[in-house]
Design a protein around this ligand. Structure first.
Ligand SMILES: N[C@@H](CCC(=O)N[C@@H](CS)C(=O)NCC(=O)O)C(=O)O
Length: 202
């Protein structure tokens, strides 16, 4: 059975959520978000950097949340949760799926590190401040994109929403997802009400 290496409130919730949405059977290997678990010899054999998520699908080990989402969709989606490959809609779907991690998570990761995770004497306030500005700019872009749309690719929920949903989950936790972004706020409320999201964040 598919094994998901998961730590609470991390990117691995994207994978648990996607499995819930697609009805893919899975088991969870829970890790604490601590060096003792993530940097253990056993877990470094699964992910050489000691990050989550990882999956083990009958011996195939994959890291990188976006790649895992695309792999699981290709294997189990049967056309669900993505536009038809090769269409303009699919191109936009890939854009938002990757924007959520490759672009949006950069400032959010810096905020996490320099406002919360690192010991105080290793935090650089300037990095956190600049990251807040950048994250707000990205929130504006997402907010604009969502005008008149229920989900990031249109009227239907797609796997790109599981990727974007985690980025917005962090924005919410960091106090960035305010009324200044009404479309993004309503969108996140819509995502957070889905049973799959609730299961993945439990
Ligand atoms: N690009 C990777 C990033 C993975 C990542 O940085 N995960 C974080 C949790 S959200 C982590 O495990 N950090 C632990 C660390 O950096 O030590 C992905 O999308 O899977």
């Amino acid at each position: 059975m598919l094994k998901i290496y998961h730590a609470k409130n991390t990117r691995s919730l994207r994978i648990v959520w996607l499995c819930e949405e697609l009805g893919i059977p899975y088991e969870i290997q829970t890790l604490n978000f601590t060096p003792a678990d993530l940097q253990s010899e056993a877990y470094l054999a699964v992910h050489p950097l000691g990050k989550v998520p990882s999956i083990d699908d009958d011996g195939l080990i994959l890291n990188e949340s976006g790649a895992i989402v695309q792999y699981l969709l290709a294997k189990h989606g049967n056309g669900r949760l993505e536009p038809k490959p090769g269409t303009a809609g699919h191109g936009r779907f890939l854009h938002w799926l990757h924007f959520a991690e490759a672009t949006f998570m950069v400032p959010l990761g810096n905020i996490a590190q320099h406002a919360f995770i690192r010991p105080e004497d290793q935090r650089i306030p300037q990095v956190a401040a600049e990251a807040q500005v950048a994250a707000r700019k990205m929130l504006s872009i997402v907010d604009r994109e969502l005008a008149g749309k229920d989900f990031i690719c249109g009227p239907d929920f797609t796997a790109a929403d599981t990727m974007m949903g985690y980025s917005l989950h962090l924005c919410k936790m960091f106090g960035l997802l305010t009324d200044d972004y009404p479309n993004a706020s309503a969108y996140f409320a819509r995502l957070a009400a889905r049973p799959g999201f609730r299961k993945a964040t439990a």
